[in-house]
Design a protein around this ligand. Structure first.
Ligand SMILES: CC(C)(COP(=O)(O)OP(=O)(O)OC[C@H]1O[C@@H](n2cnc3c(N)ncnc32)[C@H](O)[C@@H]1OP(=O)(O)O)[C@@H](O)C(=O)NCCC(=O)NCCS
Length: 227
């Protein structure tokens, strides 16, 4: 937990078309389907998974404490109305410094190219910056993964590093792009329309003030001042 926000309340998150929530046993089959798709796996650390592995993964994620430094939290991306799982995004708070984190995302091929990636990561970034007050978020990708780095740039993330052949990956030396964005940068340019339940303004000292309407959290609909 940061000193400002409680990770327990991070999920669920709502955006115009999506609900981001914890994984549940109902997700095993759709998760297995997209994790076994070679096109989805191409730039990921896996090739495919078995039903037993998918079941164990979901069970682990159901119990994974949110925001635990050094541990990946996998977040289910689901469609509003019906709750269909279309992919997942991931968040790992840094172990040495819990004010920073790394993110990742995977969408089923059926749901790529429709802006769902941007919508999901915008909701996540909005929440970790405005509510959890993270200082910096990073994302790494293969330069050949054009949809991924285009998405990161669409989010306003900055390409900070291009490492040459820094990773032995699926039988080849792969380059890596490292993207980063600071809290101040996100709050300056955030797309208000994506996650309108957080209202942000600067106070007289130039510090960011965040008011959150926790629309679908148990805390209710009341606006809550978090900083
Ligand atoms: C990386 C990944 C999530 C990107 O998905 P994506 O669908 O391209 O990204 P978005 O959801 O932001 O969609 C953007 C595309 O949707 C289009 N789009 C359609 N409707 C849209 C809308 N309402 N809003 C925004 N974009 C929209 C955009 O024009 C854009 O297409 P373009 O790139 O051809 O211009 C996806 O390719 C993926 O899951 N890949 C496999 C896993 C992977 O490699 N993950 C990354 C590991 S680092």
């Amino acid at each position: 937990m940061t000193s400002e926000g409680s990770w327990v309340h991070l999920l669920p998150l709502e955006s115009p078309r999506l609900i981001l929530r914890r994984f549940a046993s109902v997700d095993v089959q759709p998760f297995l389907a997209y994790r076994s798709d070679p096109a989805v796996a191409r730039f990921q650390g896996w090739e495919s998974i078995s039903l037993a592995e998918a079941t164990a993964f979901v069970a682990r994620q159901e119990a994974q404490p949110i925001g635990e430094p050094g541990q990946w939290l996998q977040i289910a991306i689901t469609l509003k109305g019906g709750g269909k799982l279309i992919g997942d995004c991931a968040l790992r708070v840094h172990a040495p410094d819990a004010r920073q984190a790394i993110i990742g995302i995977t969408l089923s091929s059926l749901f790529q190219g429709q802006g769902y990636g941007q919508e999901a990561l915008s909701a996540l970034l909005d929440s970790v910056f405005a509510r959890m007050r993270l200082h910096r978020v990073q994302a790494d990708t293969d330069p050949h993964n054009t949809p991924a780095w285009k998405l990161l740039e669409r989010l306003g993330m900055r390409r900070e590093v291009h490492s040459r052949q820094s990773l032995w990956f699926k039988g080849r030396w792969a380059d890596e792009y490292v993207y980063g964005i600071l809290r101040s940068e996100w709050l300056e340019r955030r797309p208000f329309s994506v996650y309108p339940s957080i209202r942000i303004s600067k106070n007289e000292r130039g510090s960011w003030m965040c008011k959150v309407a926790l629309k679908i959290n148990k805390a209710g609909m009341d606006g809550k001042k978090v900083s």
